[in-house]
Design a protein around this ligand. Structure first.
Ligand SMILES: [Zn+2]
Length: 395
């Protein structure tokens, strides 16, 4: 279904800013090359709302198709993400222990890799997530998790069952919802008047500055700046009272949200830094830069291939966007440590996902998991690396 109004403010003025053609669902890892090539493709186009400046995907695929039984992303399968969650939980317990001990709800808890830390410390905790497989894994850890997408309607059920809660956590989930306004109305309903919601989202300016177009795939429906997120929150009586910038997913912001105004140092400065986002000029060059990345990346892969083989490194969802948009369909394989992905194929390509030990160290690698560049390149110093983002180069 093609979106005709803004997910946050309802305005009908959506201006298309990027067209990545048609792409399969990014993490529908296929069992065979034929299945992979025959996967259905859907338009991948970004638009910006010229009223609230929320950047959003125009094609909205059904929730069940994206996050149902086939959803294969398990947070605990990623060691760096598990470490991130451990540090995150200890920081939250330092700052919000009393609220967390009152009650903690995590929306989009996946397999409970973060929520378990609160459960283990005795906080009454509840997870909500529509992805069947990850929720099953979370329950096997002893966590109380509901298999539901979070909506205002579901928040009403929770409210009748539990009342309000002290701490709401929603990390990298707001990007996935089809109706931002409905989701935030639900958060406002279940949050205690003195409670805190911690929301982490990918940070749009980082995407724009780094040309990180491969972060665009069907599961990512919304891309936020601080100001577009604040505008969406304030419609529901929620206010950003603090923030930090993190390096997760190519650059993210973690915000603290309360039901009252409080101007933490730095918020006004960040708001002012985002003024450039509030004219169409901020978005006009994106398509041209992305098209040039495609041309240059294809040239580099071609040149390296004339000297030897080129294989991928990493099989994140964003690799599906990058390889399909750049028409790089035939890398023989890509290395990934996630066992559940191994022996499957990057959607839309004949690229098989293999364990690291199946590939030598002296290949030329196309770095598909570029957000872990420093660690990966340090651990594999023998290889040659084609780094695609922010502009294709060889290391
Ligand atoms: Zn809007």
């Amino acid at each position: 279904m093609r979106r005709t109004s803004c997910s946050a403010c309802g305005s009908a003025h959506l201006e298309q800013i990027l067209d990545l053609g048609n792409s399969p669902i990014a993490d529908a890892y296929a069992a065979s090359p034929v299945e992979s090539l025959r996967l259905d493709r859907y338009p991948l186009q970004l638009a910006v709302c010229d009223k609230c400046w929320l950047v959003q995907l125009l094609e909205v695929l059904p929730q069940e198709q994206l996050f149902g039984t086939g959803y294969s992303f398990y947070t605990s399968a990623s060691p760096p993400l598990s470490q991130y969650h451990e540090v995150y939980a200890s920081k939250v317990m330092e700052s919000y222990s009393a609220l967390a001990r009152r009650s903690t709800v995590e929306i989009g808890c996946n397999d409970g890799d973060l929520l378990r830390h609160f459960h283990e410390q005795g906080c009454p905790s509840l997870g909500i997530d529509p992805a069947v497989g990850p929720v099953k894994a979370a329950r096997e850890r002893g966590l109380d998790v509901r298999t539901r997408p979070f909506t205002l309607t579901y928040a009403q059920d929770l409210f009748y069952e539990y009342g309000t809660v002290g701490l709401v956590i929603a990390n990298h989930v707001l990007a996935h919802v089809a109706d931002v306004s409905d989701f935030l109305a639900g958060v406002s309903l279940i949050l205690d008047d003195d409670g805190v919601a911690l929301i982490e989202v990918q940070y749009l300016p980082d995407l724009l500055v780094n040309n990180a177009f491969d972060l665009v795939y069907h599961e990512h429906r919304n891309f936020f700046s601080l100001t577009s997120l604040e505008a969406a929150l304030e419609r529901h009586g929620l206010f950003v009272t603090n923030f930090i910038h993190t390096d997760r997913q190519g650059g993210s912001i973690r915000i603290e949200v309360r039901k009252r105004h409080y101007h933490a140092p730095g918020i006004t400065m960040l708001r002012n830094h985002e003024n450039w986002l509030h004219t169409m000029g901020a978005y006009e060059g994106l398509q041209g830069r992305v098209d040039r990345i495609r041309t240059r990346l294809r040239e580099l892969v071609h040149e390296e291939r004339s000297k030897g083989s080129v294989v991928g490194y990493g099989a994140p969802a964003k690799a599906t966007t990058l390889l399909n948009f750049c028409h790089i369909f035939e890398l023989p394989c890509t290395v990934d440590t996630t066992v559940a992905k191994q022996n499957r194929y990057i959607p839309g390509t004949t690229t098989k996902i293999v364990a690291p030990e199946e590939v030598g160290d002296q290949e030329t690698f196309l770095l598909l998991a570029w957000n872990y560049m420093s660690k990966i390149v340090r651990d594999h110093s023998e290889g040659r690396w084609i780094v695609p983002i922010p502009a294709p180069v060889i290391l």
